[in-house]
Write a new protein. Structure first.
Length: 379
């Protein structure tokens, strides 16, 4: 067992394969991970000699950055916990974890095949340093890795031979470097507001943070969730004719789908600010807002599909006819194709109707420019 407190300094080995040549596998065996760890230790000693006083822990698994940058940093947390269990002095103060019988020693160290085709693969590591050394070592890592953190030629060659791929670049990064790189990438694709929320969830999760998407949708992080303004609420504040408003609404749903996909990859739940369904409905890949209960003296509720070119169904409205008008009960927003079926099933069950969806072929707005439903019966 450790006789002194060790602080974990997270780093990564970033592999950039030649375009179109992803690694055929995402984990290294125990022996391969141990061999790589010895090579990495030698590289790091050349860059920052103070690492000799720390323990190097390495996970022989290749991740996408969305898998590493999740609240609580579960990959690094698991790696650190496993490394602390190995008695100090064993394995020359270098400890590596690889796969055995096709499995890593803990579930968080298993890369997901969903993200296997990303342009960069990241192998996580930690330096467990005594408290007296940790601050100085951390500073040196930030300075040296960003400036001259290319892996040595022997290490890069070993990785290419072992993984059977060609690599454009192999370099060491601190976790702060990885955060900065991801920030730039999201800003480049006009998703800077998403990064604002994600950075808060990663680094100061106890703090609330508000921002606005590029199209003007209000977003807020608090208590481990991202809360989005509902598209119908956003629409209420817009101007323009019906065609312009319908087009703008489609753009907002498209943006929400981008946010939902990335937040799900980072394991950060997305809910509506006025969400009544809760996390279970959000986890199913859709957002749902309930506006009213079914009213007496009306026809049974009907499900209507608002559609936009290139996006398919962007919203489902539950509405009742009767009393000389249309009573809107709820709007649901499918954020991925697989969510449409579960959303229909939920709405049908909740309102006691068949899951028959009436396709409108367009976005239908009412006389106030809000999401609505046709007053006439559809055939």
């Amino acid at each position: 067992m450790e006789t002194q407190t060790l602080l974990a300094l997270p780093i990564v080995l970033a592999l950039e394969p030649v375009a179109g040549e992803p690694p055929a596998r995402m984990t290294l065996s125990r022996d391969e991970a141990a061999e790589l760890a010895e090579r990495v230790a030698a590289d790091l000693h050349t860059l920052v000699p103070q690492v000799d006083a720390a323990r190097l822990a390495l996970a022989g698994a290749l991740f996408d950055q969305v898998e590493l940058l999740r609240p609580g940093f579960p990959v690094w947390t698991t790696l650190d916990e496993l490394a602390r269990r190995v008695p100090r002095g064993q394995l020359d103060n270098v400890v590596a974890f690889g796969s055995h019988d096709g499995h890593m020693p803990a579930q968080p160290l298993e890369p997901s095949p969903i993200f296997a085709d990303g342009p960069m693969r990241l192998l996580p590591m930690s330096l467990l340093a005594p408290v007296a050394l940790a601050e100085e070592l951390s500073e040196q890592l930030e300075i040296q890795l960003v400036g001259r953190g290319e892996a040595s030629a022997p290490t890069a060659d070993w990785l290419m031979r072992t993984l059977g791929i060609r690599l454009e670049h192999v370099r060491y990064l601190s976790r702060n470097d990885l955060l900065a790189l991801t920030c730039v990438q999201y800003e480049h694709v006009n998703l800077a507001p998403l990064w604002t929320l994600l950075e808060t969830a990663l680094l100061t999760p106890e703090r609330a943070e508000s921002t606005m998407s590029a199209r003007g949708l209000t977003l807020r992080y608090e208590h481990g969730n991202v809360l989005a303004q509902s598209p119908s609420q956003w629409l209420a504040a817009q101007t323009g004719d019906a065609s312009e408003r319908a087009h703008a609404l489609a753009g907002i749903v498209f943006e929400l789908r981008q946010y939902a996909a990335l937040l799900a990859a980072h394991q950060l739940p997305l809910l509506l600010q006025a969400d009544v369904g809760g996390p279970v409905e959000a986890d199913a890949g859709y957002l749902l807002e309930t506006l009213a209960a079914a009213g007496p003296g009306h026809e049974p509720p009907t499900l209507f599909a608002h559609e936009a070119a290139g996006l398919g169904v962007i919203a489902i409205t539950v509405a009742q006819r009767g009393g000389g008008g249309v009573r809107v009960l709820a709007h649901g927003y499918p954020l991925r194709p697989s969510a449409l079926g579960p959303l229909l099933a939920l709405l049908a069950d909740r309102h006691g109707i068949a899951a028959d969806l009436h396709a409108l072929g367009r976005v239908v707005l009412d006389e106030h420019g809000q999401l609505g439903a046709p007053a006439n019966t559809l055939h």
